[in-house]
Design a protein around this ligand. Structure first.
Ligand SMILES: Nc1ncnc2c1ncn2[C@@H]1O[C@H](COP(=O)(O)OP(=O)(O)O)[C@@H](O)[C@H]1O
Ligand SMILES: [Mg+2]
Length: 402
């Protein structure tokens, strides 16, 4: 178990959040919390604002946060803005999250906020929402920079259906796993989306500019194949880890990627797959307008198998699915520690639901022994009694932390 020895070496140095400040964020006008690098338990009634705190932490990493929310929905709504005629989101204050963090004992400050910009377009003014990011008070051009300083992995109640529901959230989950290993991946997926939108717009508007369409198809194929290759690499890396370092409590799992491009890369060189993909896009010009879906990397899916039973996750019980998801997140945490050399923050929202007492306590002890920072929530503080000497306990009430 060489990996586990290396993990404990990495964890000698602390990484995580030491101060978190929210401003006009969801139900909080102002909130400040100084968590330690260890288990941080947040309890409170339903709707008190526990998940909102975890969401704020997730905005300190690249992406759309753990709720995949629209940026303007995050700005605090007050009773006065509901009763006034001003539309929600047009208020001149916007949400902000800032934090003091440690990355392997080195302190940094990270902040992110919603910025509204007005732009004149075709004689009228439009406002655009953007998430701006500062590192040590310096504005940085892309959110991807955040990934160099902090990384977060989460399990939320919505993910209870990750294996049995439709493929889209699973694909986003997959891409999030990939870009935790490979920061370029976020750029690739957004570049692909951009190209696809442009291509779709031309087709929809009936613009038959063959050179333009072909050029977009070539670029989509090249970007698409690099997305597929990165997904394959990450899944292979995780499978190797899962095989060599199986968990002692949570079930053994195996991951499988299914996707046209990903599978073609098993047998063909990347350049040949690119040609085939560009050709597929060309063939799809007509169909995409009829059925709105496109073969290729935006159809990719991944499956998780409960190894002992050789059972696909979607056929397992709710409790088993939760355990499989935990196996995956634990492997990802450890793999990431080895690859990136610093610990991620775990955001475990109502994670104890569907777990029996034995598994619940085993998970809490694992989280404690990993010695990384983990935010854990529940309506019921007693589920965390195993952590009573090791965790910080906070309660949310009336939009403040006690
Ligand atoms: N933009 C917003 N402004 C003010 N309150 C919000 C906003 N978005 C969500 N909320 C409130 O936040 C609460 C939900 O918080 P959440 O963190 O999900 O609670 P829980 O403690 O159950 O996890 C709800 O009461 C909701 O009304
Ligand atoms: Mg919640």
């Amino acid at each position: 178990m060489v990996g586990l020895y290396q993990i404990s070496e990495v964890l000698r140095q602390k990484s995580g959040i030491t101060r978190l400040t929210l401003t006009d964020f969801r139900n909080y006008e102002q909130l400040r919390i100084e968590p330690h690098i260890g288990p941080v338990v947040i309890t409170g009634e339903n709707g008190s604002g526990k998940t909102n705190i975890l969401e704020a932490v997730s905005f300190l990493t690249p992406g759309r946060g753990l709720r995949s929310a629209k940026l303007s929905d995050v700005t605090r709504i007050t009773s006065s803005c509901l009763s006034s005629k001003t539309p929600v989101g047009s208020k001149n204050f916007a949400w902000a999250v800032s934090a003091g963090i440690l990355k392997n004992d080195e302190p940094y400050t990270l902040s992110t906020a919603l910025q509204k910009t007005a732009q004149e377009q075709e004689d009228s003014w439009h406002t655009f929402d953007r998430r701006i990011v500062k590192i040590d008070s310096q504005k940085v051009p892309t959110q991807a920079e955040l990934g160099k300083y902090l990384s977060a992995l989460w399990i939320t109640p919505q993910m209870d259906r990750i294996f049995s529901g439709g493929p889209q959230p699973r694909r986003s989950f997959l891409d999030r796993i990939v870009y935790m290993f490979d920061l370029e991946h976020a750029k690739r997926t957004s570049a692909f989306e951009h190209l696809y939108k442009e291509w779709y717009r031309l087709l929809k508007q009936g613009i038959k500019d063959n050179a333009w369409l072909s050029s977009l198809e070539e670029q989509m194929a090249a970007t698409g194949v690099s997305i597929a290759a990165a997904r394959r690499e990450t899944i292979a890396r995780l499978n190797t880890f899962l095989q060599n370092e199986p968990d002692d409590i949570f079930p053994d799992i195996r991951l499988e990627l299914t996707g046209t491009c990903e599978q073609m890369l098993d047998t063909f060189a990347a350049l040949d797959v690119e040609d085939a993909y560009a050709n597929l896009l060309y063939q799809n010009r007509k169909h995409v307008l009829q059925n709105g879906s496109l073969e290729g990397i935006n159809r990719t899916d991944f499956k998780v198998y409960f190894k002992k039973k050789n059972m696909p996750a979607e056929l397992c019980s709710t409790g088993e699915q939760k355990s499989l998801l935990i196996s995956l997140i634990l492997a990802q945490t450890k793999c990431q520690l080895l690859d990136k050399g610093f610990a991620p923050v775990l955001l475990l929202d109502e994670v104890t639901t569907h777990l029996d007492d034995k598994k619940r306590d085993a998970l809490l002890i694992k989280v404690r022994d990993l010695k990384l920072q983990a935010f854990l929530t529940s309506t019921d503080a007693s589920v965390f009694k195993t952590l009573k000497d090791d965790a910080q306990f906070f309660t949310v009430h009336n939009n403040t932390l006690i």
